[in-house]
Structure formats: C-alpha cells, structure tokens
Design a protein. Structure first.
Length: 132
C-alpha cells in the first residue's frame, strides 16, 4: 500500500528553491525528468497539467517508497486564498498549515473523482456545510 501527501505551495522562485532543498535534504527527489524550478513558470505548469495530464509533481524517496509527496501543479483555488483561510495545527513540535474545510471541499469538487464526491458528502455532514 502506498500513501501520498498532497501539498499546495506558493510557486515563487524563492519558495520553489527552499521547498526543493527541503525535499532533497529529506531524501525526496523528483519522479519525472522536468526540473522542479520550471514549476515557477505558470504557463509551463498549466501546460503540464492540461496537455500532459500531470495534475501533480511527485517526489519519491527510495528508502520510504510507500510514501510519495505530490505537489498540486494546478488548483482552481488561488494559493493566497487557501493560505489566508488555512487552519493551523500543532503536530509534535511543528506547526502544520491545513486547507480549511471550505478550501478542501473546493479542491475535491475540482478533482471530481468518486472518492472525492464521497469525501465532500462526509465533510459536509461533519462540518455542517450545505452539500449533499
């Protein structure tokens, strides 16, 4: 069984460099032959997402092959909107930023897979959102 961690990041050149350095230092490396720094180019990112059907840029770790880190290449929600509405949680000594329930529902509506539709119903019931 594999697990993936889905991330949405700010694609500024400084943040891309910091993110890639963090991934590499953690033993994660790109799974495709496209340099991650190219994700800073919105036109190229959108072309990969739409023309090459590449919704995520994946990083793998050969020592933890069952965990893949996926960076969403395109989202229907602007990063700043997700960031401004995110929820902060403490996990051990780290602070983690999570998409709000409304943001998560928007992302799942965009993905539109059967599991996402089930998740939307469950999230709506759990958090009293008007989706059924």
């Amino acid at each position: 069984m594999t697990a993936d961690i889905d991330l949405i990041i700010d694609f500024s050149s400084e943040n891309i460099s910091r993110f890639e350095k963090c991934m590499n230092e953690s033993g994660y490396f790109p799974s495709i032959p496209v340099p991650f720094k190219e994700m800073g180019n919105e036109e190229k990112r959108n072309a990969l997402a739409k023309e090459k059907n590449m919704p995520v840029y994946s990083f793998y770790n050969s020592h933890a092959a069952n965990v893949v880190v996926d960076v969403l290449v395109y989202t229907p929600v602007v990063f700043d909107e997700l960031w401004n509405n995110c929820e902060k949680r403490k996990v051990g000594n780290a602070e983690v930023y999570l998409a709000s329930v409304d943001g998560l529902i928007k992302l799942k509506e965009y993905a539109g897979r059967p599991q996402d539709k089930s998740d939307i119903i469950l999230l709506s019931k759990m958090f009293g959102k008007d989706k059924t």
